[in-house]
Write a new protein. Structure first.
Length: 177
C-alpha cells in the first residue's frame, strides 16, 4: 500500500470516526439535558404540592381565627359571618387548586423540554452516522478517481463492467436470450 493510499485511508477513517463521536457526544448531551429537565419537572411537582398544602393550611388557620373572633364577639355562627368564612374557605381552596394546576403545567413544560432534548440528541446521533457514511463514500470516490484501486500496471483490481455485460446479447439492459 502506498503512502497516498495510507493517507487517504487514515483521513477517511478519522473523518468517519469523528462524525460518529460527534453524534455520540450530542446524543449524550441531549440525554443529560433530558434527565435534568425530568428532575426539574419532579421538583416542580413536589414544590407545587408543598405550596398547595401550605395554602390550604393558611386557609384553615384563617377560618379558625375567624370562627374564634366571631365567638368572642358574641355573634352567632350563621348568616353573614358564616358566609364570610365560607367565601374565604372557597377562595383558599381555589388558590390551592390554582397552585396545583400551575405546578402541573410547569412540570408538563419541563417534560416536553426533556423529550425535545432527547429527540435532538437522537437526531444528532443519526446525523453523525450519516456523516460517517458520507465520509467513507467520499474516501472511496477519491480513491477511485485517483486510480488507487489499480494495482500497478496490471489493470484495475476491481474491473468495471464492459458495455456488453450491461446490455447482454439482445442489446437490452441486463437482457439475455
Amino acid at each position: 500500500m502506498s503512502g497516498v493510499e495510507i493517507a487517504l485511508l487514515a483521513s477517511t477513517t478519522l473523518t468517519a470516526a469523528s462524525s460518529i463521536m460527534q453524534g455520540i457526544q450530542a446524543k449524550q448531551a441531549g440525554e443529560a439535558s433530558a434527565l435534568a429537565a425530568e428532575t426539574q419537572a419532579g421538583i416542580a411537582k413536589q414544590q407545587g404540592a408543598a405550596d398547595e398544602q401550605q395554602r390550604r393550611s393558611e386557609s384553615r388557620k384563617l377560618r379558625a381565627q375567624q370562627v374564634a373572633a366571631i365567638g368572642e364577639s358574641g355573634l352567632e355562627l350563621s348568616g353573614s359571618p358564616l358566609d364570610l368564612i365560607d367565601e374565604e374557605s372557597i377562595a383558599g381552596e381555589m388558590d390551592a387548586l390554582t397552585i396545583r394546576y400551575q405546578s402541573e403545567l410547569d412540570a408538563m413544560g419541563l417534560g416536553h423540554q426533556a423529550a425535545s432534548a432527547r429527540h435532538a440528541g437522537n437526531q444528532a446521533f443519526g446525523r453523525g452516522l450519516v456523516g460517517a457514511g458520507a465520509a467513507i463514500a467520499q474516501g472511496g470516490f477519491v480513491a477511485v478517481d485517483r486510480g488507487l484501486f489499480f494495482s500497478g500496471n496490471r489493470g484495475p483490481a476491481i474491473a468495471p463492467p464492459r458495455p456488453a455485460q450491461l446490455t447482454g446479447p439482445t442489446g437490452k439492459l441486463g437482457g439475455s436470450v
